[in-house]
Design a protein around this ligand. Structure first.
Ligand SMILES: Nc1nc2c(ncn2[C@@H]2O[C@H](COP(=O)(O)OP(=O)(O)O)[C@@H](O)[C@H]2O)c(=O)[nH]1
Ligand SMILES: [Mg+2]
Length: 291
């Protein structure tokens, strides 16, 4: 599904015989062009150069295999994509800039959790526009889960609070909260999200299980600054990377993992409910360099 993501890099490796310094320079440049980021690309190629010398790597195929395992190692995380407290309800707070794919990804995540036998309840805490609430409600119907909604302009923290209470009353396992990515200019988004997070912890009586940042894979390097911005305000637990279908720009997640230490948890590859999968670093790294 991620085939050809780094097509330019794959092309670089094919038809090459022996590897030399000029090749490594070219590789570094191409990694940067693929949104891996200067710092990470330099480090990766440095490690590759070192490994090549140590292991006596001579051919481009050997070097490619080594790069795949370096990438996979860099992206490697624990095997479970979500850490949810054993006593329900668990809460997943989903944040991100408008248009990145939050609402769609929440629906897909709800569908995925349902498939895992979980009872899911959505919290419509993006109360900025009525359309945002309606959009989530439509998705709730499509994937067959419950939703707690208030009216447009309502306090998003109150929506999350109510959703946690409703989850307890109805025996739901997981609450997934949608949030706004933009607010009225009078209200600071990050302050609002911090409040939602605080109130959510109060409702749960323990830390929020997951605070997922949704990033749009087509955006490229700007995703790194989005991640920094949100990470300053909230204890993010991971990234959900949406829109990995039809883009060659997903290399940015290597940078986000390397520089911010945020694990990639899920990859979204389309607008249908089933187009979401837990992130698999081996598969991802191998696909990056597939022909
Ligand atoms: N191709 C593709 N489009 C997506 C994906 N996820 C979301 N979208 C689209 O991106 C747009 C914004 O999504 P939405 O969930 O409303 O973003 P939000 O503003 O962050 O809630 C919509 O047109 C979605 O259909 C994905 O994985 N692949
Ligand atoms: Mg939305």
């Amino acid at each position: 599904m991620l085939k050809g993501l780094f097509q330019k890099i794959s092309q670089l490796f094919t038809g090459r015989g022996r590897v030399d310094e000029a090749f490594l320079d070219e590789l570094e440049e191409t990694l940067i062009e693929s949104d891996v980021g200067v710092h990470t690309a330099t480090r990766l190629v440095g490690e590759l150069r070192e490994a090549a010398r140590r292991e006596g790597i001579e051919t481009s195929e050997q070097l490619r295999d080594r790069l795949v395992s370096l990438m996979a190692g860099l992206l490697q995380d624990e095997r479970r994509p979500l850490r949810l407290a054993p006593e329900p309800p668990a809460l997943i707070l989903v944040v991100g800039v408008n248009g990145t794919g939050k609402t769609t990804s929440i629906a897909k995540l709800a569908y995925w959790l349902r498939g895992q036998g979980k009872k899911v309840l959505l919290a419509a805490a993006d109360t900025f526009r009525a359309a945002a609430i309606d959009q989530l409600e439509l998705w709730a119907q499509r994937v067959g889960v419950d939703i707690v909604r208030h009216h447009e302009g309502a306090d998003p923290a109150a929506v999350v609070y109510d959703a946690v209470q409703a989850a307890r009353a109805r025996g739901a396992d997981v609450v997934i909260a949608d949030t706004a990515g933009r607010l009225h200019t009078r209200v600071n988004l990050m302050e609002e999200l911090k409040k939602v997070h605080r109130v959510a912890e109060r409702a749960l009586g323990r830390p929020v299980d997951e605070v997922l940042l949704v990033l749009d894979a087509t955006v490229g390097q700007n995703s790194v600054s989005q991640a920094r911005h949100f990470a300053q305000a909230l204890p993010l637990t991971g990234i959900l990377l949406a829109k990995m279908d039809g883009t060659a720009r997903g290399g940015v997640i290597v940078t986000i993992k390397d520089e911010l230490g945020l694990p990639i948890k899920f990859i979204g590859t389309g607008e249908k409910p089933e187009k979401l999968a837990p992130f698999n670093p081996q598969e991802f790294a191998a696909a990056l360099f597939a022909d």
